[in-house]
Design a protein around this ligand. Structure first.
Ligand code: SF4
Ligand code: SF4
Length: 175
């Protein structure tokens, strides 16, 4: 087993990646496979082969929408969505350049919201995303329409047990 595969398995802490026997059911169902540099099955193979630099520098890990279609289709319960998330975090920790700046901005805004409130606070997350992406006006009309219809409220929910949330971030080294 390569060091990279071992590291990914340790972080996922679930079904080991080598359980995949490459039936490609995940790729056949992935709504974004045609847009990806490497399809989900290929990313798994690359992880198995220890191709760390290629995987962590790939746009694929940022295009995955975490929809979990692949996970539900996999006969071996390989959690590809969790693997993609792990790979994104490894890429950030390594300080690699992410070409998909807006996706990275949304990723960071999402995690910051969870860290602050234990769940998504839409107005704050959106404001944070706008600041990070510098895309201030592209969907202003839609946001205003949602606000007027009560789909977005200025007072988002907050998890009561914030100590547990902080513990999760600490133990997963996100703090
Ligand atoms: S569906 Fe599961 S076993 Fe099949 S290729 Fe994808 S990850 Fe591997
Ligand atoms: S979680 Fe990612 S890899 Fe899996 S089907 Fe959705 S977009 Fe594709």
């Amino acid at each position: 087993m390569t060091q990279f595969l071992q590291e990914v398995n340790d972080r996922i802490n679930g079904v080991p990646i080598q359980r995949c026997f490459h039936c490609r059911k995940c790729t056949a169902g992935c709504p974004l496979a045609t847009e990806m540099e490497f399809n989900p099955n290929k990313v798994i193979r690359m992880v198995q082969m220890g191709m760390k630099d290629e995987v962590l520098n790939s746009s694929t890990i940022w295009l995955c929408a975490s929809c979990e279609t692949c996970v539900t289709r996999c006969p071996n319960d390989v959690d590809i969505a969790r693997m993609m998330d792990t790979l994104r975090q490894m890429s950030i920790e390594k300080g690699l350049s992410v070409p998909q700046k807006k996706i990275l901005a949304l990723h960071n805004a999402f995690l910051t919201s969870i860290k602050m409130f234990g769940r998504i606070n839409e107005p704050i997350m959106l404001a944070h995303y706008k600041l990070l992406s510098k895309d201030y006006f592209s969907d202003l009309a839609m946001g205003l329409g949602m606000f007027l219809k009560g789909k977005i409220t200025p007072f988002g929910p907050r998890t009561r047990n914030m100590a547990a949330v902080r513990k999760i971030f600490k133990e997963t080294k996100h703090s």
